[in-house]
Structures are given as C-alpha cells and as structure tokens.
Design a protein around this ligand. Sequence first.
Ligand code: SAM
Length: 223
Amino acid sequence: MSEVWNNIYKSDSTFFGEEPSNFALLCINHMKTNNIQKVLELGAGHGRDTTFFASNGIEVQAVDYSIVTIELLDKITKEKRLPIKPRIFDVRRALPFPDGYFDAVYSHMLLNMRLSLDELHFIFSEISRVLKPKGLNFFSVRNQNDNSYGKGIEIDKGIYDINGFQIRFFTEKEIHDLVEAGGFEILWIKEEYEEPVTLYIVSSKKTLMYGLELLGIIIWPEL
Ligand SMILES: C[S@@+](CC[C@H](N)C(=O)[O-])C[C@H]1O[C@@H](n2cnc3c(N)ncnc32)[C@H](O)[C@@H]1O
C-alpha cells in the first residue's frame, strides 16, 4: 500500500495542502499549555503539520512508510532548518524509539488506514511505550458520519476500498475500546468536518505504567 501513497505524492507533492490542518491548530494550544517539547508524528505525509509544530519550537520526529513523502519532508526540513527528524517507517512494526522518550504522539488520519484491529492494538501499545508517564496521544480518524462511509467495497471487516484508498470508519465506541485497552484515558473527543472528511478528533492521556516506572525508577534517555 505504500506504493499507492508514493504515487499520490509523486503526482502532487502538496496533496494535503501547505497550511496546517485544523486539528494541528487545535493541538498546538494543548501542547503549549502542557509544556510539550518532544513530539512523535505518525503518518506525517509531506509534513504540513510537522513543519507547523517545528516552526512553533517543538522537536518533532516524523515517520511515514512512503519514501517519496519522507524525501520531500527531509528536503523541506533542511531548507527551512527546522527541528524535524523524518524517517521512513511502517507503524505496524515496533517503534524505533526508547521507552518514555516523547511528551506527546500525534497522528492525523493515519489510524483509519488499512490497519487490522490487532495492528491498531499493537500501535497503541507502542505509543504508550514511547510516551513518558501522563504523556499525550492526539489522533484523528474518519468516522461513520463521513460522506464516503458505506461507499466502495468492504475489503476487510470495517475497511472499505474507495477509489484505491482503503479506509476504516470508526464509531465512538471503537475509539473508547481501543484507547482504554491501550492504557489511556480520553481527555476529549469531538467530531470535526475537515473538507471533505468527517473525523473524530481525540486527545488522550497515558495512564498505564510499566515495569521500572511502577517502582519509581525512571531514567529518561537523551537522544
Ligand atoms: C491520510 S494521509 C495523512 C497525512 C498527514 N497526516 C496529513 O494529514 O497531512 C495518511 C498517511 O499515512 C501514511 N501511512 C499509511 N499507512 C502507514 C503505515 N502502516 N505506516 C506508516 N505510514 C503509513 C501514508 O503514507 C500517508 O502519508
């Protein structure tokens, strides 16, 4: 599937536009209020939100499995000298970062890609692992009020192929189940229309603690 995205970004290097998304504009306020300094962005695309966060002084590590878009983002990062580390990476694998490294994880319209429920649970466990205690996980996913819901062909349970895009449309309950099973509490969940899609936008906080954290022994690595 990364070939589909490679072709999209090859034909349009600013497919999602150059301005930050409404979701990023909302999240930056929460990042500032919570003194967030290190963010991991998953499925960053050509970086409309990544560059916005970095321009606001946030250190961002950005991953995407499309080599074309990561090369585009790498070029912009160097030209603008922004604090971004772009990396080609498929989020179905264990994240290449140490435990408890990030203040926040951010993803906009990634988790509604063709990912099975098992893969989504794994991704949430990895997000939790790389977050500091009480770290924030901001994400958006397309929902069942979306104009495209029910169109196309159902290729897997809950996933539709619509003109070559493979998309899961979430219910609010599915989000609660995933978030809570992953060891997070929902801070807020809202519906938002971002032309042409209808999304749930979510902020959640890590509540689960692991191993040494439980014993009060926490060592933060500096990368
Ligand atoms: C709907 S686009 C959103 C891009 C960006 N977040 C934005 O809003 O501008 C989804 C992005 O996720 C990436 N993606 C899809 N599946 C992925 C996976 N398994 N691992 C990493 N990236 C993935 C695609 O290459 C694409 O750039």
